[in-house]
Design a protein around this ligand. Structure first.
Ligand code: GUN
Length: 281
């Protein structure tokens, strides 16, 4: 079984990006800039944002975090985003989710200039991705995609089963694998026989938030299994895949932690650099 080392792959990607930033600086005399807006004081969000900032600095990007208290007026956030949209030093804008209830997530996402939308959440990017046009691609599915491609460069005709239909993961993951000529099945909480679906799959991407849902006998030999889950349980953080059982069957499997997580952040940096390059044309 191949244990997919997301930490190592992310470090390789960051090294490549660092090189690219040096070249961009030589060419344009400036570096890409990432601005993250963090509202409230949820601990996981604070940790994610700190890691994003640290990684951005490490590859030589300019990075800024704007923090607001969780009772901030929605208009102040929207006005700040509009200001960042027109600021040429800012290549990418990310508003950390989840947002406090009184703030309209859709309004926030739609206010971000699609060309600076490093999350790929703006409807214009969602539409472009599903039409096969150039777009920002959400960081987590992009990271999963790169890990899958590393194991299996030719995905044409493979059967992929996605567990979870979220805008963040399941839906964009589907688009990426469709583009690779996979036959993609999207499953979710109302799917009737999930085990039978999984047993057909050459590739399984579990992004549903149910601890250790995917069991050893759900997975055929030679399947590539990508675990996007991060679930807090009594025995610590576990993924959506029963790691010990599945590792006995699968061809390749990502661990939790140390699989998809590090790739998500590296892909955010990649997206920021892509946005910068497009803005220079
Ligand atoms: N919260 C959890 N994951 C993400 C992500 O990929 N982007 C943003 N903006 N917020 C998140």
């Amino acid at each position: 079984m191949i244990l997919i080392d997301g930490k190592k792959e992310a470090a390789l990607l960051r090294a490549k990006l660092k090189e690219e930033v040096i070249n961009l600086k030589a060419k344009y005399n400036k570096v890409p800039g990432l601005t993250v807006i963090l509202i409230g004081n949820l601990t996981p969000s604070q940790i994610y944002v700190r890691n994003k900032e640290k990684s951005a600095n490490e590859v030589g990007l300019k990075s800024e975090v704007i923090k607001y208290p969780d009772n901030i007026d929605e208009n102040i956030v929207l006005e700040k985003i509009k200001e960042l949209n027109t600021n040429t030093a800012v290549s990418g804008i990310l508003v950390q989710l989840p947002l406090p209830k009184h703030i309209d997530k859709q309004k926030v996402i739609e206010t971000i200039d699609p060309l600076k939308d490093v999350d790929g959440f703006h409807p214009m990017n969602v539409g472009n991705l599903s039409s096969g046009y150039q777009s920002s691609v959400p960081c987590t599915p992009l990271g999963c995609y790169l890990l899958i491609k590393k194991i299996e460069p030719d995905l044409s005709g493979k059967k992929a089963v996605i567990i979870g239909r979220s805008n963040l993961n399941g839906k964009p993951m589907t688009q990426l694998l469709l583009k690779e000529n996979c036959t993609v099945t999207i499953t979710h909480s109302k799917t009737r026989n999930l085990k039978a679906e999984c047993l057909e799959a050459d590739i399984i991407v579990a992004a549903v938030g149910i601890p250790e849902l995917v069991k050893g006998d759900w997975v055929k030999k030679d399947a590539i299994v990508i675990d996007v889950g991060i679930n807090k349980t009594d025995k610590g953080i576990v993924g959506d895949v029963a790691f010990d059982e599945v590792s006995k069957n699968a061809k390749a499997l990502t661990p939790v932690p140390g699989g998809v997580g590090p790739m998500t952040i590296a892909c955010l940096l990649k997206n920021t650099i892509e946005c910068f390059k497009r803005s220079q044309i």
